[in-house]
Design a protein around this ligand. Structure first.
Ligand SMILES: CC(=O)SCCNC(=O)CCNC(=O)[C@H](O)C(C)(C)COP(=O)(O)OP(=O)(O)OC[C@H]1O[C@@H](n2cnc3c(N)ncnc32)[C@H](O)[C@@H]1OP(=O)(O)O
Length: 407
């Protein structure tokens, strides 16, 4: 490892970094895709691991903000992590992550995040699964049975070229209602959400966008979906995103999707775990959760700043003994005093009420995992009875965190 040095990859080095990424991910994309990746990387910070002049590892981070309970935080969103097959398991990734943490601290970003290619990689670096997604399938060969009356405001299809402005207005106004969501630029809307050809399935139609709301009034909800039909199968509606301001508006959008002629199935990926659909669907044989997966992994790079930056639902006053072998400044006993009025987190000599690993604290940070569940799983130790009950009441958020932008 002494022969490896870490430094920024200049813009002129992006093509080389991409070649390394394509090698590591076993990809050989077409020119258009390469150009898209190149453009994305120009907007990222880029850490390279070099042996002499040879690039042997690479990590990029989007400079997104991510919503947290009560607000949002700057957050390097890590992507394209690649190590040359000749240099794997020699600590290259570990070195790049250490660089990432040092830069995040210098830039005043209390948290970092990523989507993991493999579940086993990132826990050791203190990342915890902070949001989860559901895959939901709906049998739409019959009308969607609902327990509530759908909103009767009009639905209209929107040209995808006009959609970013319309949808962004709604998304930006509502995205902090759930923790775990990123800010989206116009380019992100166009190139990640509304791109003409689906990158995984070329049988799918271009994106279709349906919105609900009074004509010329503000958008009250929307769905982005693609379709495909096959002779031997009921046609498919592949839902990419559905957002609505009320359950009735969501019900209207779901019912619309379930009623599209020549289709008989909806497959929705990345739905919130507490999607209201799962409660207002009248027939859960018709609406089934077919998968659950970890979505956003979060790292509390600066535990104090991260905890003091989120809102707290109830008063709590406890001493946490945090284990963190990658960022020693986070480790040790700290008194967390929080309430809806604010939070302080300071080193203390007082005995611990709860011992917890930083990765598990990160899993609870956005409100998606309960500390009681950590104790129940043997991952944290409650020294003072009542600690996790109080902590969970304080960490609680009205809605579960949710991340659907896989970067
Ligand atoms: C956010 C994203 O971009 S996710 C994409 C991740 N990239 C990929 O999957 C592409 C293909 N894989 C790779 O490029 C590399 O194998 C990487 C990036 C996953 C790992 O890089 P390496 O330099 O080999 O990791 P490094 O040597 O620092 O390993 C650190 C530790 O993680 C462990 N580890 C590394 N990769 C894996 C893995 N895939 N599964 C389980 N453990 C792993 C190592 O065994 C090591 O454990 P130790 O500390 O107990 O010895």
């Amino acid at each position: 490892m002494d022969s490896i040095h870490f430094r920024d990859i200049p813009e002129t080095g992006i093509d080389r970094a991409l070649s390394l990424a394509y090698l590591a991910f076993h990809e050989n994309p077409e020119e258009e895709k390469r150009k898209h990746h190149h453009d994305l990387l120009r907007g990222c910070s880029r850490i390279g691991a070099y042996e002499g002049d040879e690039l042997v590892g690479f990590l990029a981070a989007f400079p997104f903000t991510v919503s947290v309970p009560g607000g949002e935080l700057p957050c390097p969103c890590v992507t394209f992590v690649s190590v040359a097959p000749t240099h794997r398991r020699r600590g290259v990734l570990s070195g790049m992550i250490a660089e990432l943490f040092a830069r995040a601290a210098a830039d005043g970003a209390p948290i970092a995040s990523l989507w993991a290619s493999e579940d086993a990689i990132y826990g050791r670096f203190g990342f915890g699964s902070a949001t989860f997604g559901h895959t939901v399938e709906i049998d739409s060969r019959r009308p969607l049975a609902l327990r509530i009356t759908p909103d009767d405001r009009p639905l209209r299809l929107v040209d995808p070229a006009d959609a970013p402005a319309l949808l962004a207005a709604y998304y930006d106004a509502t995205r902090t209602e759930r923790a775990g969501r990123i800010d989206r630029t116009e380019a992100w809307w166009r190139e990640e959400w509304l791109v003409e050809k689906d990158e995984d399935d070329d049988e799918l139609s271009p994106p279709r966008v349906v919105v609900i709301g009074e004509p010329r009034g503000p958008v009250a909800g929307y769905a982005i979906y693609r379709t495909k039909t096959r002779d031997d199968d009921p046609g498919l509606v592949r839902l990419d995103e559905l957002e609505a301001d009320t359950p009735a508006a969501a019900a209207a959008l779901w019912r619309y999707l379930a009623s599209i002629d020549l289709t008989g199935q909806i497959r929705a990926w990345g739905r919130p775990v507490d999607d209201p659909l799962l409660l207002f669907a009248a027939d859960r044989d018709q609406v089934r959760v077919t998968g659950e997966f970890p979505a956003l992994w979060v790292r509390l790079v600066d535990v104090r700043a991260a905890l003091e930056s989120r809102s707290w639902a109830a008063p709590v006053d406890v001493v946490l003994d945090v284990r963190d072998d990658r960022v020693p400044a986070n480790a040790g006993r700290h008194r967390l005093t929080a309430s809806p009025d604010g939070c302080t987190y300071a080193a203390t000599e007082d005995p611990a009420d709860l011992t917890v690993d930083v990765r598990d604290l990160a899993a609870c940070y956005l409100g998606g995992t309960r500390t009681a569940a950590l104790v129940g799983a043997g991952l944290a130790t409650e020294h003072t009875p009542g600690t996790v009950t109080a902590l969970d009441a304080a960490l609680r958020t009205p809605r579960l965190p949710h991340t659907v932008d896989a970067f």
